[in-house]
Design a protein around this ligand. Structure first.
Ligand code: NAD
Ligand code: UD1
Length: 343
């Protein structure tokens, strides 16, 4: 049994999901040690974690592929486990620049795993994605659905999952949790931390927030001719703080149990693009003007999780509803209209 005050290495801990998970870790009694190269995040996130929790996590600006730099961090901190968020997540860019995605995600993870092995750190939680299921035919999607990614980003996640499986086969005393996220959205209720995409957002939620706050004029709805209740795409949106709580639950299991487990983190509820627009208008009290355009290449009609394995194995269930996801995203957006660069 590992003591709860254990230090936990958090790669990518300054990023969107990582920063929220650091808050949940601190509140659960763990001490995050953040390693992030800040390629897609801002150092202010660390001060904001401190503002929320009263604890400043250790932070090192370091790339996961820098074995020497990471080695120095791990000499200073005796980490009981790693939560590995660091990597590239833009699907479109992974299609245009596949080598970059494979280098950062696959080679970066290999280098990290080598460093962890040399330091004897045997417990790991990995950020995978529902994108590994590709265009799954049956809903809800259980973990046993076939792995059939449709783009280099998804392939990079599936490759890392395979590497982790092979690692556990070779060394059964490792404890590894693979978490397949559905669509993380929202922000910490304080509005101190949230999603801060660079440039034009690729994803629905940050785009809707930026339209509501007046930073962009109109949302484009990508298709209203899908076989769904209102013709627009249906997804399983999960509050980022629920996702963060899911990491703490997964960490607790992986600290105590050898072997590898893979679980979905979703709510099991599907919401359409029009549902999101309506819910956001209510939460913000602002109109979200939109126009329907053609489908986005690569999109599927519907994707939502079967969340029962996480419930049985980790005793984890998402608690926050769509209204709260919208309220918290809106609070973050209003308090930080241009993201962290605001202050
Ligand atoms: P994010 O970009 O906000 O966070 C990733 C963090 O990793 C950033 O702070 C970035 O600076 C850092 N980073 C990137 N490459 C690095 C490297 N080589 N060395 C050190 N740090 C590095 O993304 P996020 O939304 O918080 O996603 C976290 C993880 O979850 C990613 O692995 C992503 O693929 C996965 N994921 C995200 C979503 C989502 O919708 N946000 C869905 C499924 C899976
Ligand atoms: C996308 C990625 C997925 C990744 C996830 C992270 C693709 C094909 N998939 O998922 O790999 O894990 O982000 O959250 O890129 N929409 C609009 N207008 C917009 C943006 C989106 O109508 O401006 C619609 C989409 O068509 C979709 C829904 O909103 O129906 C959600 O889109 P998005 O937030 O981009 O998430 P996913 O496509 O599910």
């Amino acid at each position: 049994m590992i003591k709860k005050t254990a230090e936990i290495l958090v790669t990518g801990g300054a990023g969107y999901i990582g920063s929220h998970t650091c808050v949940a870790l601190i509140q659960a009694g763990f001490m995050p040690v953040i390693v992030d190269n800040l390629s897609n995040s801002h150092p202010l996130a660390i001060s904001r974690i401190e503002a929320i929790t009263g604890t400043r996590p250790a932070f090192y600006k370091c790339d996961i592929a820098d074995a020497t730099g990471l080695g120095t961090v791990l000499e200073r901190h005796s980490c009981a486990a790693t939560i590995h968020f660091a990597g590239l997540k833009a699907v479109g860019r992974s299609v245009s620049e596949p080598l970059e995605t494979y280098r950062e995600n696959v080679c970066g993870t290999l280098s990290l795993l080598q460093t962890l092995k040399s330091r004897g750190i045997k417990r790991l939680i990995f950020s995978s994605s529902a994108t590994v299921y590709g265009g799954a035919e049956h809903m809800p999607i259980p973990e046993t659905a076939s792995i059939q990614p449709t783009n280099p980003y998804g392939h990079s996640k599936a490759m890392i999952e395979q590497i982790l499986q092979d690692l556990v086969t070779a060394a059964p005393d490792l404890g590894i949790g693979v978490l397949r996220y559905f669509n993380p959205v929202g922000a910490h209720v304080s509005g101190e931390i949230g999603e801060d995409p660079q440039g034009i957002p690729d994803n629905l939620f940050p785009f809707v927030s930026q339209v509501a706050v007046g930073r962009r004029e109109t949302l484009q709805v990508f298709g209203n001719d899908y076989d769904t209740k209102d013709g627009t795409g249906v997804r399983d949106y999960i509050h980022v703080m629920d996702l963060a709580d899911g990491h703490v639950a997964a960490l607790q299991r992986c600290l105590d149990t050898d072997g590898l487990f893979a679980v979905n983190l979703g709510t099991g509820q599907g919401s359409s693009v029009l549902d999101i627009i309506k819910a956001f208008e209510i939460a913000s009290g602002r109109p979200v003007p939109y126009e329907v355009v053609g489908r986005r290449p690569g999109d599927v009609a519907t994707s939502f999780a079967d969340p029962s394995k996480a419930s049985e194995m980790l005793n984890f269930k998402a608690k926050r509803d769509l209204a709260q996801m919208c309220r918290d995203a809106w609070n973050w957006q209003q308090r930080n209209p241009t993201g962290y660069a605001n202050r």
